[in-house]
Design a protein around this ligand. Sequence first.
Ligand code: GLN
Ligand code: ZN
Length: 713
Amino acid sequence: MSPFPKTTVLGYPRIGPRRELKRALESYWDGRSSRAELERVGAEIRERTWHRLAELGLEGLPSNTFSLYDQVLDTAVLLGAVPARYREAGDPYFAMARGTEGLAPLRMTKWFDTNYHYIVPEIGPDTVFKLDAAKPLSEVREARALGYETRPVVVGPVTFLLLGSALERLDDVLACYEELLSALAAEGVSWVQLDEPALVGDRTAEELAAVRAAYSRLGSLTTRPGLFVASYFGDLGEALPVLAETPVEAIGIDLVRGAVPVLDLTGKTVVAGVVSGRDVWRTSPDRALAALGAVRASEVVVSTSCSLLHVPYDVEAEPELDPALKERLAFAEQKVAEVVALARSPLRDTPHTAPSVALPAPVVPEERSPYAVRAAAQAEHLRLPALPITTIGSFPQTGSLRAARAAVASGTLSQAGYEQQVEAEIERVIRVQERLGLDVLVHGEPERNDMVQYFAEHLDGFAVTRNGWVQSYGSRCTRPPILHGDVGRPSPITVRWTTYAQSLTDKPVKGMLTGPVTIVAWSFVRDDLPLRDVVFQVADAVREEVRDLEAAGVSVIQVDEPALRELLPLRRAAQADYLEWAVAAYRRATSGAGDRTQIHTHLCYSDADQILAAIDGLDADVTTIESARSGARILGTVGAFGRGLGPGVYDIHSPRVPAASEVEDLLRRTLAVLPAERVWVNPDCGLKTRTYEEVEASLANVVTATRRVRADL
Ligand code: GLN
Ligand code: ZN
């Protein structure tokens, strides 16, 4: 077996430095180009990546890290786990990813604690696993034709089955993995990377036994490439000794999130993830070299802590960033260069001790009265009808608004001209809601490009990028802001738009803010302060905005926290502490409001049983939450909420207009478990991805349904 190369990365961005893949996908989906054209763009991205990695001096090049949509979906295809109903579709791969006219797509959910979304494998007792190794084999050949020997990367059997909740099928999938290893060996591949991020979470004894069984069996194959099992996003914990006892030759360890293992790994190669794949900061060479020096193994390879999929391509594509900040930044290209440089530096044996920060928890001012007192003050002040109808904030983002923002950026539209257009849109949104008969109105968020970036652009301590795109799912990318310094709010951000909207109507207009946890979760965050302290800084900025909105006469203020669950630590032992400070930060952001100001919060999901208590702990007067899409599951657990609750009455993720009778049915079911005076009526989420036509038709039915139910109260 040839030795593992001295340097590598676990994966690389694949959307293209100028989002070439996004454009090619959308063009193919719209029927404007062929599948062959899409494949050609994919091949170009792969070729460019391999050339670039080699040019930067990286030795161990990965392959099969490219994907037309998602690597977990690719693994399902590799193993033949394509549900029968998709097989007849014109393009089964994209039918699974996105659905077709008559077929719903497979479920999609977040990849561990990242903002990347994968397609959940659908595995049943009847799933017949059958290897289809075309993709990894063709990438190996493609790279070889360019002069590069590569290491194919595949999601490992344990993680794949855990994601599909089907670990009992281990024996069956292992047969496919064995076949894959033989095929790769026959192709002359010397190493394969099996990704097992699921091993950094809490695993039962049974699951650990599955790890032992899987890698003992794969390791005992006589003709196979070297086995490199990669873990990332945290410490392997009790899974490390299990893996170490199997015949796998190399183990990947995340030394950014996790600690240097105490275990002596002599006999193994350790692929040491010392360059973070989860942030945009330069690596401290002292810290990295000390970690590398402390690992006890036969070989130590310098690598990234996880795939670089989660960072943008290149800092040099950001001419507008402050040079002093740029000095501190490393995107994918710079991180590869760091890996190479670290392998060339002499190791240091100064043991690194992380500063243990046990600062006292920041104070949460408790100015608000108990809920009953607040509810009475709000009822008196707002005088809302029973079952008040509201929306989650955004109205359709029109093409002309996006074009106007681009025109301001390129200097062809003045700021004043843009603001006029935003005001015209706000007026339209207000009139639509008045005509439909909603009770608590919103201004529609037309001035916001994104619910986090907009605030980042108006707060001190943040920078935004021009090309810093990161794949979120399929063709969808986000440009996370960079939170690099102390956060401050130099002046009010939303007050002028909310008060303008309020000036147009006698109905209450709800102010709309993004919560501190969500702003931080969807940004790249400085790593020189504990996350908690950064979140509290943002909470203080939100708190100032809440106070200013209130002082300007806004009586209902929504502070969205859709990312509350996302930052939940993977290990249960760390979750309670996180939830405690996350809830405290939210309360710090909102508790400056007086009793008669009604605080709303919104979360996009309700299937998070472990955080329901935390959502309740936010102490918002009204919580709006996803419900329609999940078949009103929330209604089973709703007893936890002692305050206002708006379980969404229809799913905004689909263009379908709900019938009034459906909404009525859901409302009646809600009233069976909650007292009417606490029930709100609203959609599942914001309306920005829908058209006005869909929104108006849907909301009209919501109003009709609500009036019918009110008549029976
Ligand atoms: N207020 C935001 C909107 O309506 C909330 C979006 C979200 O929940 N992700 O768009
Ligand atoms: Zn939502």
